[in-house]
Unconditional design. Structure first.
Length: 545
């Protein structure tokens, strides 16, 4: 069943490689063939069919189950039956060719109320016959049934005497007879604070729905509550939906966006671009401003201008523009402080920034990189360090080089060139190519005109040995993957494969090897049933340096 597989082993270590070895798993010339297996298989989609509520004695709409012949031999069907309050029709022949499918339509006819269960049973020549599909449904008595969604409505705070936007309720008749509505009204403690309009009329047909639109106009401050009450001919009448809301008195409310401003590094004595803060009166009365100023430890390092004036109307806003002019290097902080007639006065916006010296300043995104395990003489993926000049003048780079015990095991590429402008950055890509096994360390050294030169990035990694296996895949249909077996003596490969599931490819890396040890490998091909395997390939060996 399986054609030949070329097999090779490569040990990923310094200047070490095994010769290519070829193996055969089928065909002539001493190969071993995997006998073809013809097996019928079946899958059902879905495996469970659930019907909704259905009036007793009436037929539901049909739901479909697809039977698929999943094996490599024809599926022979001896019978298809439905049990319980279910019936079936199908277009399945007694034999379904491999890869084909057919359809079974199931109908639910409840003979009593409540949960009804049954099954669709398929007897065939596939493993696990008979296959079953679980069938469930609910029998209900004839008559109207009222359903309300949602079951409660909550209105946000609303100014006393003003009307909210509408919220919608949906009344659905889930029964099988007309729902007759006797009354639909607002009731309860604060019924007059709520109002409703609807398109329900005096009745709702079976399976139909209507909508009820509710608004809130509080007559006083505080919590307000009522209900929509519907009296009808359905079980559980009257149906109710709880209504709640909060009335608020007239007041100004101050809202600041954003709540803080952070300025980038700024050269001492120079001014930044302006950043804005929006002051919004979200209340229902005029916001009166008694003062608007910059306060705090470094107040003189920040300045503000605004168009707010002495008041902001209800629902209106104004803008405060802030600039940063550091008088010294390091962190600088202050606040915009607004004193007004709103709750929580004074309101504040936190201000922060960093004063930078006039010279170049180096900032590194990382001062250490760890590469982990890497096969000897094989180059790792790149890791990146960003170098930023946070100073006020150009950074001049004299050299980028490696120092330390294993400096030659590391390399770099960069976008920095000979200089980095004030406020600009560049990237340094670092690579690890261990020349031997074990821990390897070095450092990237950056010599420049900034304080603290040279700047360094510590580098570490571990050189390791791997055995890399590769082989030519089978061209015979039906192969789902390969298992790899290993031993420490020739012909002594384990009966347990190194890989727990078949490899969907033609390579495998054995990382769990020891320097100085010898290893032997064979490969088997796995059939589509996930069980049947070919005979082992010819053996290949590798000795780890």
């Amino acid at each position: 069943m399986f054609s030949s597989h070329d097999f090779r082993v490569i040990v990923a270590t310094a200047f070490f490689a095994l010769a290519l070895l070829s193996i055969s798993c089928g065909g002539g010339g001493g190969s071993t063939a995997l006998a073809p297996v013809s097996t019928a298989g079946i899958s059902t989609t879905p495996t469970t069919v659930t019907f909704g509520n259905q009036s007793v004695g009436t037929s539901s709409a049909a739901q479909s189950v697809t039977l698929t012949s999943t094996g490599n031999a024809a599926l022979t069907i001896s019978s298809i039956t439905a049990t319980g309050d279910f019936t079936q029709t199908n277009n399945c022949a007694t034999s379904v060719p491999a890869g084909n499918n057919c359809t079974v339509n199931v109908i639910f006819i409840p003979t009593a109320t409540g949960t009804r269960s049954g099954s669709l049973n398929i007897s065939d020549n596939a493993a696990g016959s008979p296959q079953t599909v679980t069938l469930t449904g609910t029998g209900v008595t004839a008559g109207p049934a009222a359903s309300l969604a949602p079951t409660d409505l909550t209105f946000s705070s609303q100014i006393v005497g003003s009307t909210s936007g509408g919220q919608t309720l949906t009344l659905t008749n889930t029964g099988n007879a007309s729902l007759t509505i006797t009354s639909l009204a607002i009731t309860g403690t604060n019924a007059s604070d709520f109002a409703q309009t609807n398109n329900c009329g005096s009745s709702v047909g079976a399976g139909a729905n209507c909508t009820i639109n509710v608004t809130f106009t509080p007559s006083a401050s505080g919590s307000r509550a009522a209900s929509v009450t519907i009296t009808d001919n359905a079980t559980g009448s009257p149906q109710t939906v709880a209504l709640t809301g909060t009335g608020t008195a007239t007041a100004a409310t101050a809202s600041l966006t954003p709540a803080s401003l952070t300025f980038a590094s700024q050269a001492v004595g120079s001014s930044s671009s302006a950043e804005g803060v929006t002051l919004t009166n979200t209340g229902n009365a005029t916001l009166t401003i008694s003062s608007l100023a910059v306060t705090g430890a470094n107040a003189t390092d920040f300045a503000q201008t605004n168009n707010c004036g002495s008041s902001v109307a209800a629902g209106a806003n104004c803008t405060i523009s802030v600039t940063f002019t550091p008088s010294a290097s390091g962190s600088r902080a202050a606040s915009v402080t607004i004193t007004d007639n709103a709750t929580g006065s004074p309101q504040t916006v936190r201000l922060s920034g960093t004063g930078a010296t006039t010279g170049a300043v180096v900032s590194l995104s990382s001062t250490s990189l760890a590469f982990g395990n890497q096969p000897v003489q094989m180059t790792s993926s790149a890791q990146t360090v960003t170098l930023t000049n946070t100073g006020g003048t150009t950074l001049s780079i004299t050299s980028l080089n490696f120092t330390g015990t294993n400096a030659s095991d590391f390399a770099e590429t960069d976008t920095c060139g000979g200089s980095v402008a004030a406020g600009a950055n560049c990237t340094i890509g670092l690579l690890f190519t261990p020349s031997a096994t074990g821990a390897r360390t070095a450092a990237l050294s950056i010599s420049d005109n900034a304080s603290g030169s040279p700047q360094t990035v510590s580098l570490s990694g571990t050189g390791s040995h791997d055995v890399i296996l590769s082989w030519t895949g089978s061209t015979t249909p039906g192969v789902m993957g390969y298992y790899v077996y290993r031993g420490t003596t020739s012909g002594g490969e384990s009966s347990t494969p190194l890989n727990s599931t078949p490899i969907n490819g033609t390579t495998y890396t054995d990382e769990n090897v020891t320097a100085g040890a010898a290893y032997y490998y064979v490969v088997t091909a796995v059939a589509s049933n996930g069980v049947t395997q070919s005979a082992a390939s010819n053996e290949a060996g590798a000795t780890i340096p």
